[in-house]
Write a protein that binds this ligand. Structure first.
Ligand SMILES: *Cc1c(COP(=O)(O)O)cnc(C)c1O
Length: 400
């Protein structure tokens, strides 16, 4: 379906009657996407600097994904994990070869990937060890376990009692982490670059310090690369920027180029701790997700997109840093590949609406951080075009 019979207004009415209102939504009914553009039911076109909330790393409807999924869905839609399918094995191989070796467990989302990691950490250590250290401003998903792992009080309100055993440290604070570790601690779970927390990059030596603490105390170092993973930062995985290898890595969002999917990777030594019968996901690693996952990795390679993401990152950094020199409302600019944050001294929410009015989709997180997660195949012309709009909106906001 490339068009919608209903107007945005009619669709919004349907939602009001029948869809639980747990999301803040724009009053726009989207009907079609292609690359970094998306159209609403009124025919308006938007340039998308936040396609699929970070999931559409190859833009909307990337042809290689569409082709792989279309072929697969007509051949074998779903079989349970009591059977072997080549695509799942091959997908695991491609992920393993691009990361730290080892093996994969497949699931359908980031929260689920982190649940698998939490269970693995507890199963891998002896029985009395169950505590996991996570970080303020982090985000790990919305299941109860992943919510407890997410050290942001606003996500905990009214949900208690939370899953026990999570301890929180300020992001970047090695001393607090060292003090929290006791004989019951089994792992550290951290985003190498915090996404939802405001595109916060790790202070010098922080990840290596965590690695050392894990080695000294026989704990697992687990990186949540749900947002940073699969090419977003200009490397396959963000940890590769910092030369610090985790024991466990979780992936989702962009892993299947816009199709739902998730994975947890760990070394072949640790993997058997997730023993048969202890964990499962009915749709995990299904044929459609597996084919999409393979196609995403192959497309990134074939089209040289890791390098392109780095070049785009340089461009965003250059333009936003120049704006920062011009406008006092920009406090900080943080860019790693196509993971981009601009911290403001004013509320960013109204700017998202102003950009939308001018045909550009962006995001604001933590109230004051403009976050852009554009597709890694965004063209330089599209990047310049969107940056021009964003610059206008920021200038207007600065002028009051
Ligand atoms: C989005 C996100 C999650 C949760 O992923 P879901 O697929 O929504 O469950 C977990 N961790 C990080 C770092 C994320 O950005």
């Amino acid at each position: 379906m490339t068009t919608s019979a209903s107007s945005s207004e009619e669709t919004v009415d349907l939602f009001k009657k029948y869809v639980i209102p747990n999301y803040g939504r724009y009053n726009v009914n989207l009907v079609r996407g292609e690359g970094s553009h998306i159209w609403d039911s009124e025919g308006n076109r938007f340039l998308d600097f936040f396609p699929g909330w970070g999931c559409n790393l190859l833009g909307h409807c990337p042809p290689a994904i569409v082709e792989a999924v279309t072929e697969q869905i007509a051949t074998l839609i779903h079989v349970p994990n009591t059977w072997h399918i080549e695509a799942q094995g091959r997908w695991a191989q491609l992920l393993s070869e691009r990361s730290f070796g080892g093996q994969a467990f497949f699931c359908n989302s980031g929260a689920e990937a982190n649940e698998a990691a939490i269970k693995l950490a507890r199963l891998h250590s002896d029985e009395k060890r169950y505590k996991i250290i996570t970080f303020e401003g982090g985000f790990h998903g919305r299941t109860l376990g992943a919510t407890a792992a997410t050290a942001q009080p606003k996500y905990h309100e009214g949900l208690g009692p939370l899953v026990a055993g999570f301890q929180y440290a300020p992001y970047g604070d090695l001393e607090t982490v060292a003090n929290l570790i006791d004989e019951e601690t089994c792992a550290i779970l951290v985003e190498p670059i915090q996404g939802e927390g405001g595109v916060r990059t790790p202070p010098e030596g922080f990840l290596q310090g965590l690695r050392n603490l894990c080695d000294e105390n026989d704990m697992l170092l687990m990186f949540d690369e749900v947002q940073t993973g699969c090419g977003r930062t200009g490397h396959w995985f963000a940890y590769q920027h910092y030369g610090v290898t985790p024991d466990v890595m979780t992936l989702a969002k962009a892993i299947c180029g816009g199709v739902a999917g998730g994975a947890m990777l760990t070394t072949a030594e640790i993997a058997p701790s997730l023993r048969p019968g202890m964990h499962a996901a009915t749709f995990g690693g299904n044929p459609i997700a597996a084919r999409a996952g393979i196609a995403a990795l192959e497309t990134i390679e074939r089209e040289g997109l890791l390098q392109h993401a780095q070049q785009l990152g340089d461009l965003f950094k250059k333009r936003l840093t120049a704006l920062q020199e011009e406008l006092e409302i920009i406090r900080d600019v943080r860019v790693v590949g196509v993971m981009i944050g601009a911290e403001l001294s004013i509320e960013g929410g109204p700017l998202v609406q102003k950009c939308l009015d001018k045909g550009l989709l962006i995001n604001c997180t933590q109230g004051t951080v403009i976050r852009l997660l554009p597709a890694m195949n965004l063209t330089v012309e599209q990047a310049e075009e969107g940056l021009d709009i964003l610059a206008d909106v920021l200038r207007e906001a600065a002028a009051g």
